[in-house]
Design a protein around this ligand. Structure first.
Ligand SMILES: [Zn+2]
Length: 76
């Protein structure tokens, strides 16, 4: 299930929603109820978790987190 980031242009509230791609986009801000919510492009939870770092065992490179770097072949 993809994660979408939304931002309200009225109150600048940002939030994330999980919903299927076929579901309609959210338009109403849960905070101020204005119809000013925009979907913003998200890096997704995977990249966020890498950026925030330190999940411990996951490899430092590769978006899938591990596996590719196991043999020391990582160019990083
Ligand atoms: Zn709002």
């Amino acid at each position: 299930m993809p994660i979408y980031d939304y931002k309200c242009n009225a109150c600048q509230h940002t939030f994330e929603e999980n919903h299927s791609m076929s579901a309609p986009a959210i338009k109403t801000c849960p905070q101020c109820n204005e119809d000013k919510v925009r979907k913003v492009l998200s890096t997704g939870g995977v990249l966020n978790s890498i950026k925030n770092g330190d999940s411990g065992t996951s490899a430092p490179c590769g978006p899938m987190g591990g596996g590719g770097c196991a043999g020391g072949a990582c160019p990083m």
